[in-house]
Design a protein around this ligand. Structure first.
Ligand SMILES: [Zn+2]
Ligand SMILES: [Zn+2]
Length: 556
């Protein structure tokens, strides 16, 4: 039989061999190989040679294929384990950009160029936008602070009445440490206790046990559920701020946002150090977040009566207005311009009677568990923390259950006209221009992740890790695993010269790039060769416990 992976075959011969994509995908999945690899063209400046490299989708985006998501889950578990019961203060020093960061930044520039070209050609940019957002997140996660475009969150001065002060909670003097207390037993053994906390949103109406489907869909508070999901990560931020104030030290955490059956996000959090259970519950009860956005209680534009875009013409060529818009939306009936986002917020600030659009609080269900380093309980919590990492909120849906499907559909409908961000086109419905308004916006047609059935309002990161959790970023954990395998094999893991390669996305439609099916099979073959080498070397070595072997397989 002819082997489709045989590189000696001519391209024509290879293409003549039909490789069913679905078969290749199954084989790839079975072998833990990425099923949506991105082809990148790598120029080696030392040799001048160009090579196409299949980069796993998990390396660049948060939206990952199942095999990448699984590998990512193992990495997250390693990260969680490493930081939880840290014995020494982590040394956080701003490093030189690593090779990975440089690569991400360069890759981002290329993708931005592709996106701009697509936009100019009038093509759909949804996918490329998603890639860019994912890249920004990865770049930040790789240790670079801030956003590449230098966007800062312009802090507005609120009247003191609106400051979201620390609620009435005890406050301890702040000690300059991220480590929790240790306790020494009479035999001199040191214990490092920590916490595992679960926080849940309030009830929106009774739900059936097991399914999470509302008993009475008509009275279930979908609008509130939708807003709580949209702003959930802000509430988590507030909780951490309050936690640190009360604890009196720089509390570190590793948390994951997970879907409940009723399709509301909830939070599991590993906290380094310990505090009284009652205090954690008091902090959760006192924590709230106010959303100071313009009101959405009055629908001003709907159906055929929608705001109309008018280009601004009063500026010389090449100049843009201070708010970056090159036009405005106006009311077609009156010809009046709608307030811009900035104007709407200014009005809100000036109005002493104004109420926040939404106030979030946690529900009464707060679970606090004490954990000791290195115990089976700790391991179980780590597995629990990463249990749903491969799934989106909507993915937990039992699609065979019509009641659950209907519940999810009502939730999606509640999110349809809910503004997901300052830039959401839904603001037009309520008579406000979205931040950075552009032509072609219409309420109900926002492409933001939060509105999609698979996200159901929560479009934030699934894993929220504080900066001083461990000494390492996820990228460094990734490198650790590789180094460990290489050392176990007695091979030196050379640190490559960061200036050696120049990466570019392979041009779309380049017919020298093999089909996806063929690329997947090649990646599987490489993975199998790598594994075979590991197993051979493992067999030669003596006294290695088998779990090392499986860990090595996983790392490979
Ligand atoms: Zn992948
Ligand atoms: Zn939106």
């Amino acid at each position: 039989m002819t082997d489709p992976n045989d590189r000696s075959l001519s391209r024509a011969a290879r293409q003549a061999m039909p490789v069913a994509l679905d078969v290749a995908v199954e084989i790839a999945k079975h072998n833990g190989v990425c099923i949506r690899p991105v082809v990148l063209r790598r120029l080696d400046v030392h040799t001048g040679l160009t090579e196409d490299v299949n980069v796993p989708c998990g390396a660049t985006m948060e939206a990952k294929c199942p095999p990448c998501a699984k590998r990512n889950r193992y990495l997250r578990m390693a990260q969680c384990r490493e930081g939880w019961h840290l014995e020494d203060e982590p040394a956080i020093t701003p490093d030189e950009p690593t090779e990975e960061q440089r690569w991400l930044v360069e890759f981002r520039a290329d993708m931005q160029a592709q996106r701009d070209t697509a936009e100019q050609a009038g093509d759909d940019t949804t996918d490329l936008d998603a890639v860019l957002t994912g890249l920004d997140e990865e770049i930040n996660a790789a240790g670079m602070r801030g956003n590449l475009l230098g966007r800062t969150t312009g802090k507005r001065n609120r009247s003191t009445r609106r400051r979201q002060d620390a609620p009435d909670l005890p406050k301890r003097a702040r000690q300059n440490t991220t480590l929790g207390r240790t306790f020494t037993s009479s035999d001199g053994k040191a214990y490092r206790p920590s916490l595992f906390v679960t926080l849940t949103l309030p009830s929106y109406g009774r739900v059936r046990a097991g399914h999470g489907v509302p008993v009475d869909p008509d009275t279930y508070d979908y609008p509130r559920a939708a807003r709580d999901a949209l702003h959930f990560s802000k509430l988590v931020d507030r909780f951490v701020q309050n936690l640190r104030r009360v604890a009196g030290y720089d509390v570190q955490y590793f948390s994951s946002v997970e879907p409940q059956k009723r399709l509301a996000p909830h939070l599991h959090m590993a906290v380094r150090g310990t505090m009284p259970r009652a205090e954690i519950k008091a902090i959760a009860a006192a924590t709230y977040h106010q959303v100071w956005w313009p009101a959405v209680d009055e629908v001003k534009f709907d159906g055929d009566h929608l705001p109309v875009w008018t280009p601004r013409t009063d500026l010389p060529d090449g100049q843009t207005h201070a708010d970056g818009q090159d036009g405005d939306y106006l009311d077609p009936a009156t010809g009046e311009l709608l307030p811009t986002w900035r104007e709407a917020l200014d009005r809100l600030d000036a109005d002493d009677e104004a109420e926040p659009l939404h106030v979030l609080r946690f529900g009464p269900q707060v679970d606090v568990q004490g954990i000791l380093a290195g115990t089976p309980d700790a391991d179980q919590c780590i597995r629990y923390l990463s249990k749903y990492l491969t799934k989106s909120l909507g993915d937990t849906l039992d699609t065979d259950n019509p009641a659950q499907r209907a519940h999810a559909a009502r939730m999606t409908e509640a999110l349809r006209y809910e503004p997901c961000s300052p830039a959401c086109p839904n603001w037009l419905r309520y008579g406000v221009q979205p931040k950075g308004a552009k032509a072609g916006m219409a309420p109900g047609r926002c492409r933001g992740k939060a509105h999609k059935p698979e996200h159901l309002g929560y479009a934030g990161r699934r894993v929220l890790v504080s900066r001083k959790w461990s000494n390492k970023t996820l990228a460094e954990h990734k490198r650790d695993r590789r180094t460990w395998v290489m050392e176990a094999l007695g091979l030196a893991d050379e640190i490559p010269d960061p200036h050696r390669y120049i990466w570019k996305p392979a041009p779309a439609g380049d017919d020298t790039i093999p089909s996806l099916a063929l690329r997947l099979l090649r990646m599987v073959a490489e993975r199998q060769r790598w594994r075979a080498t590991l197993i051979t070397l493992q067999a030669k070595a003596t006294g290695q416990p088998t779990q090392d072997l499986s860990a090595m397989r996983e790392a490979a």
